[in-house]
Design a protein. Sequence first.
Length: 122
Amino acid sequence: MPPAFVRIDRNVYQMSAKGGVEPCSSMAPARSPKKARQPSLPQFVVKIGPPKLTRFEKARIVGARSLQIAMGAPSFIPMEGGYRGPIEVATAELEEDALPISIRRSLPNGVTQDIPLAALVK
């Protein structure tokens, strides 16, 4: 008997009447709902969560961006003086609204909202 990771599930494909192999209906790709276009920033309304950037979101953004900078990504702001380190550069980019990032907030019932960073009050 072959190991469990080598065994092939016999229900994945079924033979068609023409002799070809077709994927089962259970393997049909899921259809995703169309995303509504985001309104422009002056009209943008934050519907989920507070209208400002939370400390957890700020920490996640600064941490992810500082890792990118440490791995060699270029900075979005001009560097004045000497190199200050990736965390300071990422924090300065966040404060100057130079990051093209959107925050995805979700509710337990599955409703999500993508919020541009520029629409949140710092």
